[in-house]
Design a protein around this ligand. Structure first.
Ligand SMILES: Cc1cc2nc3c(=O)[nH]c(=O)nc-3n(C[C@H](O)[C@H](O)[C@H](O)COP(=O)(O)OP(=O)(O)OC[C@H]3O[C@@H](n4cnc5c(N)ncnc54)[C@H](O)[C@@H]3O)c2cc1C
Length: 511
């Protein structure tokens, strides 16, 4: 049983399919990491949640790992704190610990070969689109509409839909006359934005189809999942006649809407103590003991263990029951409920960056094509975003279904869709994807952002009780952090979760 094993032994059928189409994998699998490396796209690379990175977590999930893994071997190392997960939450937990205990021995494990979790790429495609591609997938033919004055008149949609969009933007009525502000907010909290448009405003279906991807950039799901109450707070069209005070959020707004999205807060920075990282090293077991906790990780050949005075689990919550099977059943169940929404990013280096200037747009939203946002960065690189969540099913089931489909989608298909959409957007101004694309890097994040509690999907919100409160309970020397434990898909929430876990281990009362 002690023969060396490789990640390849753990690949499941889906992952092998995806790997088979991988052109180049990332850097060395296992490394003690430098922090904050700059990123440039490389020719045809697939990164993020690669089959390589997920082979061990998936084998654990499917009960295959321990059949092959052999007996764990101690490395002889001992740490004051071991952190599982090198995203913003894990690195922040390690830094906060080191600030409290200078000189402490701390080690962070991550299954990926890069530092930084989901936040390792710059936030991109921020700001409002200056163009909308009313695409063939939605309206039968591609029409790029620049968002200059009277753009509604130029939309290639039914005239009734144009009339309805104008009404939504310029002069929407009070859809709930006779109701007070609180009752109006309650009505909005029961609806998605798509249902609000279709059922309350009664707009032409083309108008709803035109709006559908408005939420995809920020939420990674479209308006069939995005709540009307959050759309109201975000200034989406259609709410102006309700007379609701927008200076304050509604109690039904999800946490990120209540607290403005903070671009910088909580992102891993170079500040603070240096945190030792062991990358490409998925943790496979965490056991609390009388003197210390034992943390097992896969080093690429075999399972090794280190001892820890305390452990902070800042990985995905759904992984934790597989790492700590001794947890109480209710906590295991609550942890398993934490689903993350999948996201894809493409970074494309062009030979002909001038095509964008000729096209006269910088940030384009697509109404129904695979990649829903396309933008050009000041560096000249193009960034594209795809959100595979099947929004019509709701955030959690839609994410699960979308991730399954994504796992079966080969790199070659994604690369073709990138080239196809760039050709459709920039071809009319002389861009040739065969000639002008120099490099494409695709980051596949099957488990990207924590799904936060939101209406209409979580009826227990905002009054509770919340599954996350059960999920993040401390278990002996083991505390739980990570944005899933809040849950919210913001860097600052990941840092808050780290503070709570560090305070929890110090025996400080919850704030
Ligand atoms: C493109 C993008 C842009 C964003 N921009 C912003 C922004 O501008 N502002 C903002 O506030 N938020 C932003 N976010 C959201 C923010 O990055 C995430 O909410 C944040 O990364 C969550 O941090 P985390 O530490 O909880 O999880 P993660 O970043 O997911 O880190 C958890 C880590 O644990 C690892 N892991 C899982 N299982 C194991 C295991 N068994 N062993 C070892 N490691 C394991 C995972 O691989 C992962 O690296 C952005 C997200 C994305 C995807």
């Amino acid at each position: 049983m002690n023969r060396p094993i490789s990640r390849r032994d753990f690949f499941d059928g889906i992952a092998v399919g995806a790997l088979g189409s991988t052109v180049v994998l990332g850097t060395a699998e296992k490394a003690e990491a430098p922090q904050g490396a700059a990123f440039r796209p490389e020719p045809s690379v697939w990164r993020g949640d690669t089959a390589q990175a997920l082979s061990v977590p998936h084998a654990l999930r499917d009960g295959r790992f321990w059949k092959l893994a052999g007996t764990p071997e101690p490395t002889g190392e001992s740490y004051d704190l071991v952190v599982v997960g090198g995203g913003p939450s894990g690195t922040s937990a390690a830094r906060q610990w080191l600030r409290r205990h200078p000189g402490a021995r701390v080690l962070v494990f991550d299954n990926h070969d890069e530092l930084g979790g989901r936040a390792r790429r710059e936030a991109f495609c921020t700001g409002r689109p200056d163009g909308v591609m009313c695409d063939a997938e939605t309206f039968g033919a591609d029409t790029l509409v620049r968002m200059t004055s009277d753009w509604i008149a130029r939309l290639p949609i039914a005239w009734r839909a144009r009339r309805d969009l104008r009404m939504l933007h310029e002069d929407p009525p009070d859809w709930f006359p006779g109701l007070g502000p609180r009752a109006k907010q309650e009505r909005l909290a029961e609806l998605t934005y798509s249902r609000f448009l279709l059922e309350v405003c009664g707009v032409h279906p083309d108008a709803e189809r035109f709006c559908r991807t408005m939420s995809s950039g920020a939420w990674a799901y479209d308006t069939r999942a995005f709540g009307a109450i959050d759309a109201w707070a975000g200034g989406y069209p259609g709410f102006g006649g309700l007379g609701l005070d927008r200076s304050e959020p509604s109690r039904y707004n999800s946490p990120t809407v209540k607290r403005a999205w903070s671009a910088a807060a909580g992102r891993p920075s170079g500040d603070g103590p240096v945190v030792p990282m062991r990358l490409g090293s998925p943790v496979v077991s965490v056991r609390d003991g009388a003197e210390s906790a034992t943390v097992g990780y896969f080093d690429g050949d075999r399972v090794m263990t280190v001892e820890a005075g305390a452990v902070i689990l800042a990985c995905w919550s759904a992984v934790i029951p597989h790492l700590v099977p001794d947890l109480p059943a209710a906590q295991r169940q609550a942890l398993s409920q934490a689903v993350r929404v999948p996201v894809l990013h493409a970074t494309v280096r062009l030979r002909d960056g001038d095509a964008w200037r000729r096209a006269g747009v910088r940030r384009v939203r697509w109404t129904g094509a695979y990649w829903c946002l396309t933008c050009v960065e000041p560096s000249g690189d193009v960034r594209m975003l795809a959100t595979p969540c099947r929004s019509e099913l709701g955030p959690e089931p839609g994410s699960v279904a979308g991730r399954r489909k994504l796992a079966r989608t080969p790199y070659g298909h994604l690369e073709r869709t990138v080239r196809d959409q760039l050709a459709r957007l920039l071809g009319p101004v002389g861009f040739d994807p065969a000639r002008d694309v120099e490099a494409i890097t695709i980051d596949r994040w099957g488990h990207a952002n924590a799904i936060e509690y939101c209406r209409p999907w979580h009826p227990f919100y905002p009054d509770g009780p919340f599954p996350a409160d059960v999920a993040r309970r401390r278990f002996g020397r083991i505390a739980i952090a990570g944005s899933d434990s809040v849950p919210a898909a913001r860097g600052d929430a990941a840092v808050t979760a780290a503070s709570l876990a560090v305070a929890d281990l110090a025996g400080e009362p919850a704030r």
